[in-house]
Design a protein. Structure first.
Length: 311
């Protein structure tokens, strides 16, 4: 394979749902990553952190309930914790796979902060539930204190946070230096630690940055050739779940935008991936996004499967 720079955005199925599942899942994930690295690609790995950051936030919230002197742990701190423990499992799994193949490649995990705009309109309408479930009494108390709370699918109340668009990856220079030195880099976990710039001081904010949006921005700023968004389906479909369902192999930006107008993609799952793919494809000549399954990534790069979105 011609040497390419590839950003891979791992979906939740690549990491498992808890500590035990994660250690098993990353072994399979590492094989896919090293398969591509073995073909000479420069590799940058991003990942989600939904179950993991939820577990951390739940634990911290429960400690606060149990011990009255225990202070609330900010969401950005929990995101940083999740980046660390996901990163080390993924890093070690990749290192072991490289060792088994006698490949001399370094692997580095970079805790990464992603800057958002404090004036982003998403902060006016928080939509992402996080943390433990609350009683109605707790929810009302939090709302009275200015905390946004939402009812979550009939299961109870939870704190809701915004999902602003990423503006700037603050560790970009470090990431670029390591990639140029031949490292496989793991970064922007969970979309990055959300921060705003307060006169040069980075301050964490209670927000969740979409992992695919952050990955698209990272890929564009690194000048990647490919953004690979790994998901639960081999290809993107229109008329999904209907008798006239159609799997798509090749999709231009113009076609993708038309399908968005037709509401072909589910808002909570495929739509943000398509939108992130479009932004990357539009960021530079020859840039392509591949959406496919984890174990089909290499075949997708070879043009054998998956959905490729291009300008």
């Amino acid at each position: 394979m011609e040497k390419k720079k590839i950003v891979i955005a791992l979906g939740g199925n690549a990491l498992g749902k808890d500590v035990e599942e994660q250690k098993e899942a990353v072994e399979k994930t590492a094989k896919v990553i090293v398969d591509l690295a073995e073909q000479g690609a420069d590799m940058i790995i991003t990942h989600g952190n939904g179950p993991q950051v939820g577990m951390i936030q739940d634990a911290m919230d429960n400690l606060m309930v149990k011990y009255e002197n225990f202070k609330q742990i900010p969401l950005p701190t929990s995101v940083a914790m999740s980046q660390g423990y996901i990163g080390i499992d993924l890093q070690n799994a990749i290192k072991y796979e490289l060792y088994k193949r006698n490949m001399d490649r370094k692997v580095s995990t970079i805790l990464s902060q992603v800057e958002v705009d404090a004036a982003d309109k998403a902060f006016e309408n928080p939509t992402k539930p996080i943390g433990r479930f609350l009683t109605e009494e707790e929810a009302k108390k939090m709302e009275a204190g200015g905390v946004h709370v939402m009812e979550d699918a009939g299961r109870g109340y939870r704190v809701a946070v915004a999902s602003p668009m990423p503006k700037r990856i603050r560790e970009l220079g470090t990431i670029r230096t390591l990639v140029e030195a031949g490292h496989i880099v793991i970064t922007c976990g969970g979309g990055g630690i959300p921060v705003v710039d307060r006169d040069g001081r980075l301050q964490g904010v209670n927000a969740v940055i979409d992992k695919d949006n952050a990955s698209s921005l990272l890929a564009a700023q690194l000048g990647a050739d490919y953004l690979i968004i790994l998901t639960a389906v081999e290809k993107v479909a229109i008329n999904f779940g209907k008798e006239n369902q159609e799997w798509l192999s090749d999709l231009t930006v113009e076609q993708a935008k038309q399908y968005i107008e037709e509401n072909q993609f589910a808002k909570g799952s495929m739509l943000p991936k398509i939108e992130a793919a479009i932004r990357f494809a539009e960021s530079g000549e020859g840039r392509k996004t591949l959406i496919t399954l984890l174990d089909k990534a290499a075949a997708g790069i070879a043009g054998e499967t998956g959905t490729v979105i291009h300008y």
